[in-house]
Design a protein around this ligand. Structure first.
Ligand code: FMN
Length: 345
C-alpha cells in the first residue's frame, strides 16, 4: 500500500495534491468536486488589500459626508465598519466552505503593505480558516527605492499578519529577489510557517491596434515548473518551513519531481482550469503508478532525495548547469561543419 499522506503547515493531508487559489476554489460546486476528486486541501482565492482598503475608504467618506448633515448617523455607520460586500462576502464564503468540506481550507490574503487590512487575517481565522496564505505581490518600480527597503516591506507585512493570527501562516512570493535563499530564511524567521513558491507574475501585453496596454492571462504549462523545482531543491533542508510548489504543476510526473526536490505539497490552478477538478484524480493515479515503478512506498521516502543537499552534483543547480547548457546546445539547423565552427569559437 503506497502512502501518499504528507504534512503541510502542521496540517495532516491525505496527499500532496492541493488546489491553489483560483476560480475553481472560489465556487462552492467546484470546491466539492475538487474534494471528491481527491484534493488534499484547497486554497481559496485571495481577499485583496485593495478590496478591503477601498471599501474602508468608501465607507469612511460616506461616514464623513453623512456625519456633517446627520451627526447621529455617525454611530450607526461606525457599527457597520466592516459590513461591506467584499470582505464580508469572503468570510461568509469561507464559513460555508468550512461547513461543507472535510479537507483543510486555507484562506488567502493578498497585499503589499502593512496597513489595517491585515486584521482580516484574524477575521479569516475566526471564520474557520485552517491556515492563512499571505500572497505578497509588489513590483519595485521606483528607482529611488532599493532592495533593503523592499525586503523590509515584505517582512513588515509578514510580521503584521503573524501578529494578527495564531493559525499557521504560509507566505507566497515571487522569485525576483537578488538573494532568494536569504530572503526565504528571513521570511521564515519573521513568522512564516511555510513558503509557497512561486507567485506567477502576469505580464501586461500591448494591443498594437488599439495602442493600449492590456492584461492578458495565459495558463501555465509544465515547462514553468523548473523555477519552483530549482528553488525548492535549493531551499530544502535550509529553511525550517513547509515548502509548497505552485506554477507549472500539471501531471503526476511534475508532482514526483517536486517531491524529489523537497516539496511538502504541490499546488495546481492552470491544470485544473484546463482539465476540470477531476484532473486531481488523474494526477494522483499517475503519481501512484510512478511510485509503484520505483517500488517506493511513501511520499516521505521521496521527499528531498534529489534536493541540492542530497545530490552528488549540487553544482547542477547553480552556474555550472547554465554554462553546460549554453555550450552544449545544438540545433537541427546546424550541419556538422557549422557545429564545429560554433564549438571552436
Ligand atoms: C484565473 C486565476 C486566478 C488566480 N487567483 C489567485 C488568487 O486570488 N490568489 C492567489 O494567490 N493566486 C491566484 N492565482 C495564482 C494561482 O494560485 C497559481 O499560483 C498560479 O496560477 C500558478 O500555478 P499554475 O501553474 O498551477 O496555474 C490565480 C491564477 C489564475 C490562473
Amino acid at each position: 500500500m503506497t502512502e501518499l499522506s504528507t504534512k503541510y503547515l502542521g496540517l495532516d493531508l491525505r496527499s500532496p495534491l492541493v488546489a491553489s487559489a483560483g476560480p475553481l476554489t472560489g465556487n462552492p460546486e467546484s470546491l466539492l468536486r475538487l474534494e471528491e476528486a481527491g484534493a488534499a486541501a484547497v486554497v481559496l482565492p485571495s481577499l485583496f488589500e485593495e478590496q478591503i482598503t477601498h471599501e474602508f475608504l468608501d465607507l469612511h467618506s460616506l461616514l464623513e459626508a453623512t456625519a456633517e448633515s446627520f451627526p447621529e448617523a455617525a454611530t450607526y455607520f461606525s457599527e457597520l465598519d466592516d459590513y461591506n460586500t467584499g470582505p464580508r462576502a469572503y468570510l461568509d464564503f469561507l464559513e460555508a466552505a468550512k461547513d461543507t468540506l472535510s479537507i483543510p481550507v486555507i484562506a488567502s490574503l493578498n497585499g503589499s503593505s502593512d496597513g489595517g487590512w491585515v486584521r482580516y487575517g484574524r477575521s479569516m481565522q475566526e471564520a474557520g480558516a485552517d491556515a492563512i496564505e499571505l500572497n505578497i505581490y509588489f513590483l519595485a518600480t521606483d528607482p529611488d527605492v532599493g532592495p533593503a527597503d523592499i525586503e523590509a516591506r515584505y517582512l513588515d507585512v509578514v510580521s503584521a499578519v503573524r501578529q494578527a493570527v495564531s493559525v499557521p501562516l504560509a507566505v507566497k512570493v515571487g522569485p525576483y529577489f537578488s538573494a532568494m535563499a536569504n530572503m526565504a530564511r528571513r521570511l521564515v524567521d519573521t513568522g512564516a510557517d511555510g513558503l509557497v513558491l512561486f507567485n506567477r507574475f502576469y505580464q501586461p501585453d500591448f494591443d498594437v491596434e488599439a495602442l493600449e496596454v492590456v492584461p492578458r492571462l495565459v495558463l501555465s504549462t509544465s515547462e514553468e515548473l523548473r523555477l519552483p523545482l530549482r528553488w525548492i531543491a535549493i531551499l530544502y533542508g535550509r529553511v525550517r518551513a513547509s515548502l509548497a510548489a505552485t506554477t507549472g504543476v500539471h501531471s503526476g510526473q511534475d508532482v514526483a519531481k517536486l517531491l524529489l526536490a523537497g516539496a511538502d505539497v504541490t499546488m495546481m490552478t492552470s491544470a485544473l482550469l484546463r482539465n476540470g477538478p477531476q484532473h486531481i484524480a488523474n494526477v494522483e493515479e499517475e503519481l501512484l503508478a510512478w511510485m509503484a515503478g520505483l517500488e517506493c512506498s511513501s511520499v516521505g521516502e521521496l521527499r528531498g532525495s534529489m534536493s541540492q543537499l542530497a545530490v552528488p552534483n549540487p553544482e547542477a543547480f547553480e552556474r555550472a548547469n547554465y554554462m553546460q547548457m549554453l555550450t552544449t546546445f545544438t540545433s537541427a539547423f546546424f550541419d556538422d561543419t557549422d557545429r564545429g565552427a560554433v564549438d571552436r569559437n
